[in-house]
Design a protein around this ligand. Sequence first.
Ligand SMILES: Cc1cc2nc3c(=O)[nH]c(=O)nc-3n(C[C@H](O)[C@H](O)[C@H](O)COP(=O)(O)O)c2cc1C
Length: 168
Amino acid sequence: MSVFKEILPEEIDNNTFELIGKDWALVTAKNGNGCNTMTASWGGLGIMWNKPVAFTFIRPQRFTYELIENEEYFTLSFYGEEYRKALQFCGTKSGRDYDKAKECNLTPVYDEKAPYFSEAKLVLVCKKLYAQDLNEESAVDKNTVLPNYNKDDYHKMYISEIVKVLKK
Ligand SMILES: Cc1cc2nc3c(=O)[nH]c(=O)nc-3n(C[C@H](O)[C@H](O)[C@H](O)COP(=O)(O)O)c2cc1C
């Protein structure tokens, strides 16, 4: 039996700035019969087209980018401080070279539309609604934005409906 309880998006009582910016998230998607995950600390949660959504930004060179492009669903999941080392690993190593779940002792769960890990304290199951590459022309404050893209590797923005929230 799952120790997770389903809650509504509006019942998430964490501070979003802390949750994403400080705690960091794992972005996880199917990879064949398995999964891959990467750390993300940029993004947000909010409302778009009258739906609860997550905003996620993925650079094109990530293995996760390839996977998310091919999937309708992915998850964002959040962990306690004891997983900081695991999140560091998942944010510096590629799934092209490692089975990151195995390396970090994370236990994949496949009972939703996209995988997540049983060690999470909070899981958002996300369904892609809209995806668009950021670009140089659209940068308004170029001094803030453009130094992040010296390699021309503009993030792709995904706006995804939060279709399920699981909390421990
Ligand atoms: C704290 C932290 C936050 C990160 N946030 C993002 C992010 O929001 N978007 C992104 O594209 N990469 C981000 N990264 C980098 C990816 O997690 C990293 O490149 C990872 O190795 C990609 O793995 P993959 O090739 O298996 O997809 C972050 C890394 C760290 C350590």
